[in-house]
Write a protein that binds this ligand. Structure first.
Ligand SMILES: Nc1ncnc2c1ncn2[C@@H]1O[C@H](COP(=O)(O)OP(=O)(O)O)[C@@H](O)[C@H]1O
Ligand SMILES: [Mg+2]
Length: 403
């Protein structure tokens, strides 16, 4: 087994954001990733076609006014839109903004603003659209997932309307601070919310499968994180035992079992990717070099081992408890990897999840005093003991008001 080479978080021009099924299926694979091929995923269990439910985009232009482009997505663009005064009610997704200076909207505006994700149907296949819409329709109860409102279509594009989340994606946020690591208590707040969103998503039989910095929105002032972009999700993955055969994800975040083309658990692949995110937020660098680990696995050398930077090389001290959690999340053998449900019970995370509910944020993580953290998902991972340790009272445990 080789050791890991931490690598820059900066996007490399030559790597594509998504690892595609056809890049991995079949042999030989000369290059780990190919830049321009259309991504494909299949999910035979999804039979309803979004297009039959979606209204024509003409109706959308009566209802919404596009204000400005927010970001360029992989298959189109994401724009900010307001609900027209004469437009029909937008249903459950109305989002009131209090501050939106960056968008040009007035402060304390009560205007309803939305995000419209426009996807080129030629570039993205039907399953990707179906999955994102199906996930959006199921995952309406989390405070950490922007609500899906409705969809429209025309001959060229599909348009998905979502609740607007005021903030920026975590990649842009880190980039804006030159990839300087965040402080541990700040990372813990982000992780609490993401774990809560993912437990809720898994409970609803949806595995995300494309967790990465770009798919997490963050509001630095409010310390809120939201999970987006369920286009590559696996739907009807009932438990960690459920096996996926569609190899997809983003190279730097994808788990080893996908890289060696094994059938895998979607839930446990989410745990791995979230572990990568945790590492990047704490150290400002990727734990592994994609090409290195890909070639090591292909040549039977085994996946590189996880290593942490020396304390003197990072701006903030990182506790042993969070290092322990990262080791559990980035365990190479998925049967030994910690499950998502167990994460809130680890020393680093414990006592944190149900704080969300104090602030009107729905928590989907049940933590009871006598609850045994063992779940069917993970037989091998070491269990944390209950009870506070002095170390838990360090910087990570801020008063609830700072959540
Ligand atoms: N609900 C939202 N609120 C605010 N910004 C969003 C929202 N959804 C997407 N974005 C912005 O658009 C970008 C691309 O969105 P995403 O859904 O990830 O598209 P893609 O499938 O093309 O990757 C995000 O990184 C974010 O900057
Ligand atoms: Mg995305």
């Amino acid at each position: 087994m080789t050791s890991s080479t931490p690598t820059s978080v900066r996007r490399k021009a030559h790597t594509c954001p998504v690892l595609k099924q056809e890049d991995i299926l079949g042999s030989p694979i000369s290059e780990p990733v190919d830049t321009n091929r259309k991504q494909t995923i299949q999910n035979s269990e999804i039979t309803n076609h979004w297009a039959s439910k979606a209204e024509h985009s003409n109706k959308m232009s009566h209802k919404y006014t596009i204000i400005k482009a927010l970001d360029k997505g992989s298959f189109g663009e994401v724009s900010l839109a307001t609900l027209n005064p004469n437009g029909a009610s937008a249903g459950t997704g109305t989002a009131s903004v209090t501050t939106c200076t960056a968008t040009g909207l007035r402060r304390n505006s009560s205007e309803s603003i939305f995000v419209i994700k426009k996807i080129d149907k030629e570039k993205a296949n039907d399953t990707l659209l179906t999955n994102e819409i199906e996930a959006g329709s199921r995952l309406k109860e989390s405070s950490h997932i922007p609500k899906f409102v409705e969809s429209y279509t025309d001959t060229k594009y599909c348009y998905m309307v979502f609740e607007y989340f005021q903030g920026m994606n975590l990649y842009s946020f880190l980039e804006s601070r030159n990839f300087k690591p965040l402080r541990e208590h700040q990372v813990k707040r982000i992780m609490r919310q993401l774990v809560d969103a993912l437990i809720y998503s898994h409970q609803n039989k949806i595995c995300h499968r494309d967790l990465k910095l770009e798919n997490i929105l963050y509001n630095h002032k409010k310390r809120r994180a939201n999970l987006i972009d369920f286009g590559l999700c696996a739907i009807n993955s009932i438990s960690c035992a459920d096996i996926c055969n569609n190899w997809c994800g983003s190279p730097d975040y994808v788990c080893p079992e996908i890289l060696i083309q094994q059938p895998y658990s979607g839930c446990l692949s989410d745990v791995w990717s979230l572990g990568i995110i945790l590492y990047v937020l704490l150290f400002g660098q990727m734990p592994f070099n994609f090409k290195e680990r890909y070639y090591a696995l292909q040549h039977g050398d085994g996946h590189p081992e996880l290593e942490f930077p020396n304390d003197k090389d990072v701006p903030h001290r990182v506790s042993e408890q969070v290092k322990d959690l990262m080791k559990k999340m980035l365990t190479i053998d998925p049967r030994q990897r910690i499950s998502m449900e167990e994460i809130p019970h680890t020393k680093w995370m414990k006592k944190s999840m149900n704080i969300l509910s104090l602030f009107g944020l729905k928590s989907h993580t049940a933590i009871h005093k006598d609850e045994h953290p063992h779940t069917a998902c993970n037989k091998g991972a070491a269990k944390e003991e209950h009870g506070d340790s002095p170390a838990q009272k360090e910087e990570g445990d801020q008063p609830p008001s700072q959540l």
